[in-house]
Each structure stands twice: as C-alpha cells, then as structure tokens.
Design a protein around this ligand. Structure first.
Ligand SMILES: [Zn+2]
Length: 442
C-alpha cells in the first residue's frame, strides 16, 4: 500500500510531511496561545520534498519495499546494514510505516524513515559514502485542550462521550479520566461519590503523535463540583523536576495519607453497566467494608504507606492482605485472586503500590474486592474518615506559584461553570449520551 504526497514549500504540513521534514514541538503552557488540537503551525520548509509512505503489508519485507524504490542491490544492502545498527528488520511488524523521500524532480531516494514503534523511528540518510542511520523520537506537538460538562449519569460517559473530545481516539479519552482519577484520588472515590448534577472543567496538556494519539497527558487545572462542593486542582512543579503535584486554590497540596479507593476508577465494572447500586456479592456478614465489583485480576493498590501484618488465607476473607498504617489505621483487602510478588508479611508497602489482584476466594459469589478500613480497632467509613490536609506551597516558592497558578486558573475560567452547564442541561442541550455540555470557542 502506498500513497504519494506533493509538498509545496511553506505549506501547512500534514502528517506525512511532518515525518518527512523533521521535528516540530512547541510548548504553549505559559504562552497566550492555546492552539486547537490537530492544527500545526506553518513551517518554513527548506526544500520542496516528495515523499511516498509505504505500509508493510502481511508477507512484505523491508527489502522488498526497497527493491521497488529503484535502489540498486548494493545500495539496498548498504541501507539495510545501516538499518541493522538501529533495529532488526526481521522484527518489523505488519503495518509498519516506511517513508521514502526524494528531492522533487530527482531520481534517487535520499532518505528513508521507518516507524519502528509509536514513539521512535529509524531515519536513514544518504551521504557521500553510503547510508547512515539514527533512531529519532517520533515528532510530537504539544497542545492544550479544554473541556467542560455536567454529569447526568456517570463520569465515564460524561467524559468519554463529550463531543468536545470527539477528535481524540477513544482510548485517549479513557486516559483523560485516568488523569482526573489520579488528580482527585485523595479526595473522591469516583465510583461511589460522583452523582447526577456534578460538573467538571478541565484544562490539560498533551503530546500528540503524528497519528493523532496522545503520548503523554497532564491536567494543568481542574474543577470538579461534587454535591455542590467545588474541588480544585492546579498543577505545580514545586521542585522543578518534572514530577510536580496538585494544589487547591489556597496552595494546599491535594495529597493525603490515604487515597479514597484501592482500585482505579475505570477498572470498576459498575462504572460500565451504569448501575449506581452495588450488587450484593454474598461475602461475610455483618458487612463492615466496601465492595468493588471488578474483573478477576484487576490490580489492587494499597491506599496508604504501611507495614503488611497479614498475607495469606483467612476464613471467609479468602486471600487477605492486612496493612497497618500510621495514627492507628489498618486496612484489609479480601477475596484476592493472588498477591503481588513484592508483598510479604512484615514488609513495607507504599501508597498506590499494587499489592494483589481481584478474585473471589473465600466467601464470595463473584469477583470483587472487599475493602475495610479500621481506626483504633473500630471499623470506619473510608469515604468519611477525616484525614489531615497535605503540605502547603512553601514560602520560598510562593511567588512562582502565584504566577503559574494565575495562568492555569485563568484557562480554567474561560470554561463555563457548573451553573451554566446545568442551565444548558435544563434547556435540553443534550447529546445522545445524555451528557450536557457547552461548546467553547477560544
Ligand atoms: Zn464485602
């Protein structure tokens, strides 16, 4: 399969041209411009180039494609030797894109790009002595996306079905929900605490590959109005090391000693069947924990740092992990299918670490996680337990915080808030998913 593309100098470049002519990245985080997704800034193209993109079909080889490109056998040999310095041609998968490049009007190929995986390509170029090769990162561009919506059924459909995100691949929309889950994981259990009428506003930055998929994404600012209580999260890289964290409007860290739920929101099966009530799984009674329906094998996370006090079978709990935490807290994770190999009795675990996998061992009629939290030997509700706030922005970083916060919060403020979103919903501006939204033009 092949397609041939003519590239006029100075044009706005398409995807194939981007691959052919080099690297684009610009970072609008703190600039005034927030370009639309998928629109590239015009490039000053050096020389008009012609490219042909071949896709490796089943049974085709890299050598076969080179042979069709009017390269002499010795040139093909030289090019393959150079390629082998970077990757094994026998391992190239079906569907691999190979881009051949010419100077317009010239006879011979002067460059070849092979996309060996979504993030890397092998670039082959001719010089006076033959072919040389290099592995380069697939070019990406960075853009900032803004989206708002009101939740009519559940967060999942409110985000995944939001037409503002229609241009994004579905898998990437699911990743946006993961990003939200990670931002608010200390404040909310998305599966049990989001309710109809809640609203969200998000500003996020992403790196986009030439095929339109997201390489990385990061929420810069978010608001989630849950039961009329607004929660805010603004990203700030305190130590300037690329790690960063989330802070509220007062500059208090969102981080807490416990995350609310031991499972990632999108892995919980009730999310998908739109069932707000959790089914009964027939585990031990009286019931003093929280049940999460999830497929067998779903990773289970420790909700806080601690020491493992039990790892093994215990009666109706089946496979159980029990962790002791600071300040008199203890958590239990029951009916597990298995344990993470890093977890042993007496060992330490850290918050968010995968400690085991959902199962139905012990007294359970279906795969689910039974989660308990105790304090001073009394069971407590993990959703209502009071956990002290995280650390605020230190004084010596306050000026930088104020400046960056201002920019990110201003982007959030360009989106409609919960009252407007609800009014739009009441006026019947709904899409097929029953999710209301306002479309925002920059
Ligand atoms: Zn239970």
């Amino acid at each position: 399969m092949s397609r041939r593309v003519q590239i006029p100098a100075g044009a706005v470049l398409g995807i194939s041209a981007l691959l052919g002519l080099g690297f684009i990245a610009f970072n609008p985080v703190l600039s005034d411009s927030t370009p639309e997704a998928g629109v590239l800034e015009p490039l000053h193209a050096a020389a008009a180039e012609e490219v042909r993109v071949e896709t490796l079909d089943r049974g085709q080889t890299f050598g076969g494609i080179l042979a069709q490109a009017d390269l002499s056998p010795s040139e093909q040999h030289s090019l393959l030797l150079a390629f082998r310095e970077q990757a094994n041609p026998a391992r190239m998968r079906d569907g691999t894109e190979i881009t051949l490049r010419w100077i317009r009007g010239a006879e011979t190929v002067r460059g070849v790009d092979v996309a060996i995986n979504p993030d890397e390509l092998v670039r082959l170029e001719r010089d006076d002595f033959g072919w040389r090769s290099a592995t380069v990162e697939t070019p990406v561009w960075v853009d900032t996306m803004k989206v708002a919506g009101v939740i009519e059924r559940d967060l999942w459909s409110a985000v995944v079905m939001n037409p503002e995100l229609a241009e994004m691949p579905r898998g990437d929309r699911a990743r946006v929900i993961d990003l939200m889950d990670r931002v608010f994981q200390w404040q909310l259990d998305f599966s049990r605490q989001i309710q109809s009428g809640d609203a969200y506003r998000l500003v996020f930055e992403r790196e986009v590959r030439p095929d339109g998929t997201m390489r990385t994404g990061r929420i810069l600012a978010a608001e989630l109005v849950n039961r009329d209580q607004p929660l805010y999260a603004v990203w700030f890289d305190l130590h300037d090391d690329g790690q960063g964290g989330y802070y509220d409007l007062e500059g208090e860290s969102l981080r807490r000693a416990f995350i609310r739920a031991p499972l990632e929101y999108r892995r919980i099966s009730s999310v998908f069947n739109m069932n707000r009530l959790h089914p009964i799984y027939g585990d031990r009674r009286p019931h003093i924990g929280v049940d999460y329906a999830a497929p067998t094998g779903t990773p289970v996370m420790a909700t806080s740092d601690g020491v493992v006090t039990h790892r093994g079978v215990r009666g109706g709990y089946g496979n159980l992990i029990e962790v002791r935490h600071a300040n008199g807290f203890m958590t239990r994770y029951a009916h597990l299918n298995g344990f993470a190999s890093s977890v042993r009795a007496g060992g330490r675990v850290s918050q968010g670490q995968v400690i085991g996998y959902v199962g139905m061992t012990g007294t359970a009629t279906g795969p689910h996680l039974h989660y308990e939290m105790h304090r001073h030997s009394q069971p407590v509700d993990p959703l209502n337990v009071d956990i002290p706030a995280g650390d605020p922005i230190p004084d010596d970083a306050r000026d930088r915080w104020e400046a960056e916060f201002g920019v990110r919060y201003a982007m959030l403020e360009t989106l409609p808030g919960a009252p407007e979103l609800r009014r739009a919903a009441a006026d019947g501006e709904q899409n097929a998913a029953g999710t209301s939204l306002l479309v925002v033009d920059d």
